[in-house]
Design a protein around this ligand. Sequence first.
Ligand code: UT7
Length: 330
Amino acid sequence: MTQNNHKASITGTGAFLPPKRLTNHDLERMVDTTDEWIIKRTGIRERRVVENGVATSDLAAQAALKALEDAGVSPKDVDLIITSTITPDSLFPSTSCYVQQKIGAKKAGAFDVLAACAGFIYALSIGQNFINAGAASNVLVIGAECLSKVTDYTDRATCILFGDGAGAVVLQKGNGHCEVLTTLLGADGSHTEVLTLPAGGSKMPSSLQTLEDRLHYIKFRGREVFRLAITSLTELIGKTITSSNLKMEDIDLFILHQSNYRIIEATMGRLGVPMEKVFYNIDRYGNTSSASIPIALDEAKKEGRLKSGDLVLLAAFGGGLTWSSSIIRW
Ligand code: UT7
């Protein structure tokens, strides 16, 4: 599914990371692993985790308020809140409804999107379409996760990867800057089992047995996901560029979902893109699923990596399987 247009602009960005750090050395005391192994296999040095009692909407609301301030938009003028998350506060109501209440966006419609690590760009695409259709003027698009709540800290294969955080953007009618030029979405439901949180839904409601079997935690087939991620991202980025009549060298900055430094490096290597053109912060935050792209976008902007007129390519891959990409002219 592809869309091409020149209307919605990102007029504000924001991110919020909980202050508590979980370092590789902390994990060495929890499971049979080493700092060296984690850095070599993933590029991660530490990740952030929430304190007890903090929910995804708390992080999302903080990121949203920062993005709104950056855009100069009052919460009361927000028309729509779209939150991408795989760790909602509850199965329902949506995390976006909690955010709406927390930031005081009283007139906003609010709903969530679930496309795992690819979800933020799915949400961006929906927001872009609301703006382009003239159905909304101020849209908050959020990616937020409390993955520490669904991570099994007795399983060394998964617990080293995930962290908590939130990022947000404000979308408004295009003003010639930071325009979302293209979004491209895809999925392959024949691989649902390679990356999943099995229990707690209608297929496998939570029970004493699912708790005992630890099925309320994220499960994945690491090597398979690793391989599928590189193949899919390489193909996706190539397709995004050709469908926009661009060349790889036209892109000034690549921001990929922060899943594993080796996945990013291998994908960029296959595409012949030097790592100087790639933004990454996985060393500090680990994999924050939906939140990773908006956090990285906000940091790239604050670090001066995005200049007016630059073309930035976003690309993500995750459970579903799902994938998504976007090109923005900064
Ligand atoms: O956003 C999408 C979600 N992302 C993912 O699902 C992750 C994708 N996969 C990955 O990032 C990588 O596959 C991992 C980081 C999860 C694992 O890296 P790998 O290089 O694929 O390692 P592996 O699973 O092939 O395991 C190699 C060895 C195994 O030992 P043996 O069988 O060779 O003796 C594992 O048991 O490393 C062992 N191992 C560990 N050793 C120390 C696995 N986890 C750890 C650990 N510390 N934390």
